[in-house]
Structures are given as C-alpha cells and as structure tokens.
Design a protein around this ligand. Sequence first.
Ligand code: SF4
Length: 561
Amino acid sequence: MEIQRESMDTNVLIVGAGPAGLAAAIHLTNLIETARAKGELKGAAASDEFTMMIIEKSAELGDHALSGAVLDPKGLDELIPDWRERKAPLTVEVKKENLYYLSEKGTFGIPYTPPSMNNHGCYIVSLNQLVKWLGNIAEEKEIDVFTGMAGSAPIIEDGLFKGIITDDKGLDKDGKPKGNFEPGMELRANITILAEGPRGSMTRETVKQLNLDKGKNPQNYLTGVKELWEVPTGRMKAGTVYHTLGYPLGMGQYGGSFIYAMSDELISIGLASALNYQDPRFDPHGAFNDFKRHPLVSSLLEGGKMIRYGAKTIGEGGYFAMPKLYHDGLMLIGDTAGFLNSLRLKGIHLAMKTGIMAAETAFEALNKEDYSTKTLSNYHSRYRKSWAFTELWQVRNFHQGFDNGMIAGMVHFGAQMLTGGRGFTTRLNSEPDHLAMKKLIEMPSARLPIERKFDGELTIDKLTDVYASGAKHEENQPAHLRITDINICNDRCTEEYGNPCINFCPASVYEMVDDEQTGKKHLQISPSNCVHCKTCDIADPYGNITWTPPEGGGGPVFSQM
Ligand code: SF4
C-alpha cells in the first residue's frame, strides 16, 4: 500500500523520553536559556523558528521505564544540581548492603565487595517515577514531548541521517486501513538523538544501515525479570540492598539477582540472566520463580503480595560493544548505545551523562549550523574526556570474561582488578548471544521438558505476571513481532531446538498449538501479552523474530517499577 505522508521539520528530534532523552532535552534547553539571558544566543537556536521535540512510544511518560534500580546520583547532580529541593523521587538512600552466594538451599555471605560495587551514596528508586519527575521538569521548560508516538523507520538519504518516520495508526491485523487510519509522518531533523533504551528498534536499523558497529564486539544482553512485592513490615529495612550470585543459575551462566527494600513494606526483586546460554529450555521467568523458592528469598516474601511485574533486556557488552556514537545528523545516547556499567549493573547515571554531553554537542552544532560529523564527533570527544569513559574503561572486559562460565569469569575479574580493567588481554572478543544455544542433537538432555508448578502466592505463572505488568495493546493491529519465515518456526526450529521462544519469552507470547490440518504443531503468537523486553529479538537462534514498536501507546504500564 502506497502511503502519502506529511512531513514536518524540526531542528532537534529526540527519540525516547527515558532518562537519557529527557536529560538531553532539559540540558539543551538550559544551555539555550542561559545563552539567551546573556545575549549570546546565535545560530539556529536564536531563530524564532527553532523547534525541539521528543517522541515517546508509551502512552504516558515512564510507562515503559523499568529498572532495578539503585541510582548513582552522579549524572543527576550535573543535570539538576538542586534535585533535593525539587523533591526528586530519590527518597531511600542505600544504608546497608550484602552480597551473597546461593546454593540451592544455602546462603553464603561474600565478605569482600569490590569498592567499585559499593552502593554507598546511591539511592533505591523507581525509574518509572524518576522519568515522570524529569517529564514534569521538561513540561515546566515547555519542551514538546509527544507520547504515544513510536518511530517505525529511520530516514537515511545519501548516507546522511535525516530523521524518522513515525508509526502508522489505525491499521487492522492484515495491515489494511481502518476508519481511524492515520499515516505516520516524516519527522525531518537537523539533529536526531536516539535514546530508545536497550535494543532500540530504530537504533538496530540505523546501526545496520550505517555500519556503525564495524569493528565492534556484538552487543551482549541479559534479560532481567522483576516483581514488586508488598511485604509485612520488618522483613527488610528501607534502604537495604542484597545482591546474589549462584542459584538458580548454574556455573556456566552469567547473571545474578537483586533485592532492594524501597520502604519497610515494599521490595523490588529481580533476576538478570545472560542470554548467551546453551540450554534451549532456559526460561528467565521460570528461573526467577526458582529463585523466589530459595529460603533467603521466600522468608522475605512469604505472607506478602506481588503487585507489579516487568521484564527488560540489559545491554552488557560494555565499551568494546558500543557502536559509533555519531553520524551526520545523528547521536546515540544511553542504553541504546550500550552505556551500562556491567560490573555495577547501573546505567541510569550514564544515560543522564550522555544526554548532557549530546545536548552540549547539539548546542555547539546549532550555534555553528553545522550538523555534520565534523561537529557531532565532539560528542565522542566529550565522552572520552568524561567520568563516563573512565568508569566504562575500568570494566571494558568484565562481561566477556564470564563467557566461559563463572569460575573463568572470577579469574578474569581478579586479573582485571589488578590491571585497571585490562585483565589478560587488551580486548576480549565475544559472539552474538544466540550463537551459544545448543541444538537438541548436541544436548540430548534438553529434550526432557522442565516442569514448573506455580502456587499463585510465592511463585506466579507468566499470564498472571503479564496481567500485573499492565500490558495492553490494540488487538486489531498488525503483529508487532515479525516472523521472517514461519516455516522455520514450525519445522526446523521444532526439530533442531524445540522452539525455545516458548521458554525465553517471559510473557507467554509464543505457544506451539495443535494444527488440525497437518496433525503437527504450529506457532501461535499473542502479541498483546508482550511486555516489550526484546528478548525474542536477541535470543532466537535463527534471528527469525524482529521486535517492532506496536501502534504508539500500546504496551506495559510499569507504575512504581
Ligand atoms: Fe519480550 Fe519478545 Fe516476549 Fe515481547 S514477545 S515479552 S519482547 S520476548
């Protein structure tokens, strides 16, 4: 279907209103206001025609924002130095922290926590609430934030990044226009800042088309599964932080858990597990429920009530897996560019810092009216001179050190601590996660199903959890999970891997159902369950699933998460 699209021009377009995108918008506005007050504003920002806009796929700010989270306030201190007076939702300071190693039934305190993992001076936060608070500041500054609007494709012309096409609204299941059809528009910008969070769909296409990952390691991911629990008072004191290694993950799989007391009655709990696993039966949601059965955890949650659920992938590849950060007309910031400290499992402070650095570079480009790599490469120069670089350089080989299991990883980590992050070699390489999965023929034990029972109190089945995520999508729209070749799913994948999508999706989107015509099973997808974690886009062994944004506004609602 040929669609006529309206075109709109803007000077600065930010895709994604998370901590990175909002930091970029707020800081750029501050720079413009300060220069105007001094009578020094020049270039494109001085024009009455100047515009900046942010688009965000969720219906309300923060709906799709999910993190653990313990926030290092370093980035926020730079962005909004008076955040305490402005009542930022950083109410619970970390007061006590413990690191444990878990066996199936046992708990062993790890007496030494590396200084870089120390959470002293950090705060337990809800990213959802932090984003809403940043959104209020953006609103005070009269920044145009358009929610319920997703990007569907980048506009790249003659190798230059020119903007994006927003999503079409009002298409039916078969892609035909309904009565309320509204075609997406072309948003053309001098500078586009992609701030989509991990595995951003626009970033994925842009990196591919512009070859921005040439010479880089592939990005490696973890899937984090999280619940919020109301518990009887006294289980954990507000400000207490536990991290665990070990059970339920085996020695061959990297990952760990977090348990954060947001108040004396509210616990944020989650398990993050690496996606370069071998066993096609691995189920991040199932593993999380196994974790909750552990005595350390069940004693905290018993008698409590799960109130929210969510899942999200975490880009852990580190320094060598980050794509080129700029191009003509383009900058990449925050999680979408891989800014995450894999040792600390923290990225919000880096997201804000990159937003600040991108804003300073955009301001310079607007002053000069030069949006080419000549000016935008200064974003990279700023990054190289910043604490963000120093922090990421120290952990540049951390995640890859664990590619051959936990014991090898600890040996690498020890060597990295002694050598400022280098370890045994300058750069550890890695493979895309999905290549690690073994075929059933290579791992015959994976033919045996893993049975899990859920009691509905401590352990919760996927569909109940999906309900608690608030996920809601318009049913009559094209599936936002695109299968390249359904025959691969129904034949080859069944034979070779046993359809791992039914296991790795933490939201029961994929199911193999009986096909009366063929007498075999075929794949059935329930896109409306999707919690937007992007695991399927990464972990499918054939790369046969592509996650695209659903009609703007659809998806989970991660209140308090
Ligand atoms: Fe995550 Fe994909 Fe399942 Fe959606 S369909 S919840 S993105 S694994």
